[in-house]
Ligand binder design. Structure first.
Ligand SMILES: C[S@@+](CC[C@H](N)C(=O)[O-])C[C@H]1O[C@@H](n2cnc3c(N)ncnc32)[C@H](O)[C@@H]1O
Length: 223
C-alpha cells in the first residue's frame, strides 16, 4: 500500500493536512533537541519519505538514521537527501525487528508509523530496545480530538472527504480509507500513554496537536 502511494505521499500529506504535518514534525524535532545533544544519534523509525529525519537533522544537529520497510518510500527519501548533503543514511528494516543492536540511540522517533504495526506493544518494545538507557522516545501519531463539536466536524472530514480527495490524487482510494480506519483502531492519548508505561517507559507525557487531531507522546528509557 505504501509503495503504491510513495510518489504522491508528500504532496498528499501537505494537501490533506493544510501543511499542518510540517509543523507537527517540527515540534517533534524541537522536543528531541532538548533531549539529544548535537553529538548524539537519533533513529527515525518508519521514516517513509524522510521528512521527520530531515527536520531532526536540521533542528538537533545530531546524527540521524532513517529506517522503513518500504523500499519505494526509502527511494523518495534518498532522492530528497541530496538537499541535506546525503547526511541521513536510510536503512531498510522492519519496525518490529529493527536491524540495530540494543541501546544504540540517544533518541528514537516514529511518526504516523506505530498505528500501522501488527502489534503496538511489540513496536513500542522494539523502540525501547534500541534506545540507550536514559534516552528518549517520541511517538507522533493521529489521535482523538478532545472537543465534541470539533471532533464531529473532523470525523466527517477524515472519514468522508479525505478518502475521496486522497483517492483522487494518489489513485489509491483504499489507502485513504485505511487511514481513518487505522486511526479508529489506535489507542487514544491516555491509552497510548498507559501502554507506553506498561512496556517499560518512564516519565511518559503527551501533548495534543491541533485540538487532539494528533498527539506527541514522550517516554524515557530507565537508566
Ligand atoms: C504514514 S507513513 C509515515 C511516514 C513518515 N514517518 C512521515 O512522518 O511521513 C507510514 C510508514 O510506516 C512504514 N511502515 C509500516 N509498517 C512498517 C513496519 N512494520 N516496519 C517499518 N516500516 C513500516 C510504511 O512503509 C510507511 O513509510
Amino acid at each position: 500500500m505504501f509503495a503504491n502511494i510513495s510518489a504522491r505521499y508528500d504532496l498528499l500529506n501537505h494537501l490533506l493536512s493544510g501543511s499542518l504535518d510540517k509543523r507537527w514534525r517540527l515540534k517533534v524535532a524541537r522536543l528531541l533537541a532538548g533531549v539529544v545533544s548535537s553529538d548524539g544519534i537519533i533513529l527515525d523509525v518508519a521514516c517513509g519519505t524522510g521528512d521527520l529525519a530531515f527536520a531532526l537533522l536540521e533542528t538537533t544537529g545530531a546524527r540521524v538514521v532513517g529506517t522503513d520497510f518500504c523500499r519505494p518510500m526509502l527511494a523518495v527519501a534518498q532522492r530528497k537527501g541530496s538537499k541535506h548533503d546525503n547526511r541521513v543514511p536510510f536503512v531498510e528494516g522492519d519496525a518490529l525487528n529493527l536491524p540495530f543492536p540494543s541501546n544504540s540511540f540517544d533518541g528514537v522517533t516514529i511518526a504516523f508509523g506505530l498505528r500501522n504495526l501488527a502489534s503496538f506493544a511489540g513496536g513500542l518494545k522494539e523502540l525501547l530496545r534500541v534506545t540507550r538507557p536514559g534516552g528518549g522516545v517520541v511517538v507522533l501519531e493521529f489521535s482523538k480530538p478532545t472537543l465534541p463539536g470539533f471532533r464531529s466536524l473532523f470525523q466527517f472530514y477524515f472519514h468522508r472527504v479525505l478518502p475521496l480527495l486522497g483517492g483522487a490524487v494518489s489513485g489509491s482510494k483504499s489507502a485513504y480509507e485505511y487511514l481513518p480506519n487505522s486511526v479508529a483502531r489506535f489507542p487514544d492519548q491516555g491509552e497510548l500513554a498507559a501502554l507506553m508505561r506498561e512496556v517499560g517507559f518512564e516519565k511518559v507525557e503527551y501533548s495534543n496537536l491541533t485540538g487532539g487531531v494528533a498527539a506527541i507522546h514522550f517516554g524515557k528509557k530507565p537508566e
